[in-house]
Design a protein around this ligand. Sequence first.
Ligand SMILES: O=C(O)CCC(=O)C(=O)O
Ligand SMILES: [Fe+2]
Length: 320
Amino acid sequence: MGYATAKTIDADVIPVIDISPLIDGSDPVSVARKLHSASKGLGFIYVKGHGIPEEVIERAREVAFEFFRAPEELKATVRITGQHRGWLARGGAKMRDDVKADLKESFIWGYENGADGAADDHPLRGQNLWPAAIPDLREVAQEYFQLAHQVAHHLMWGFAIGLNLPENFFLRTSDRPISRASFVYYPAQPASLGEEQFGVGPHTDFGVLTVLCQDAVGGLQVEDANGEWVHAPPIEGTLVVNVGDLLARWTDGEYKSTPHRVVNSSGKERLSLVVAYDPNPETAIDAREVFGDGHVVRNEPITCGEYLEWRFAKAFSYRK
Ligand SMILES: O=C(O)CCC(=O)C(=O)O
Ligand SMILES: [Fe+2]
């Protein structure tokens, strides 16, 4: 198989899990068991029954396309800040030092706490930037964020149940979450760009949990247990949720954060809505709290905020 090609997915590798019995409280335990077993596998899950209305997703995609297709001068009015808010132009993200920069562009914003706006108490968050020329973007983006963030909350609740922990275990310090969201735009990628060019290069996600809404175009690939790339094609009505490095660390490797990448060879533009869920920055990521004091940790405890700062500094040239 050539470079950047991938195998067809096997349903056991990335299962589809209906989380509505977790959300409505009718059968949280059976959902939690499925989440637990998927997280110990590849850590990628198609989530259905998530409750985000299709109209909200459609509106978010429309406004995101309006932004990305706008002239550079407009996008430059919200150029990315040191606190990782705003427009990250093509070439601004590199998943490893020895690879080509990603082809994607992103618009990134952070969690806002009602009328107070976004907190400004950590190097990785601060005021959001909204383009004046696209007045709908703010409301539509926030609406999607709130709903996807709620899905992340339900899932964290489910993971805690699956690990036999108190159900609010992962959410004890999440009133000022450092969660952020992005609209991610992948231009069509002609083969002439070469086999080492990716929409987003192979990487694992830094944070606790990622909630991804891909469109119908396809292009996401996940590395399976044999080190082969498998397609994670769009499945209508589902979100793709994946365990990030911090949740893997919190569970001392029991839950897996698996490399993935995007190759958009469709000939069309592709758009993803991404919410990265993380709790308050001071949250201790300490596997002893999960497995008990007697547990010998493989990964030293670290706070969520310290860990993210370290990872962001490595990945984004504008922060160097
Ligand atoms: O757009 C996608 O399908 C994947 C995006 C991704 O991996 C990320 O934003 O971390
Ligand atoms: Fe990712």
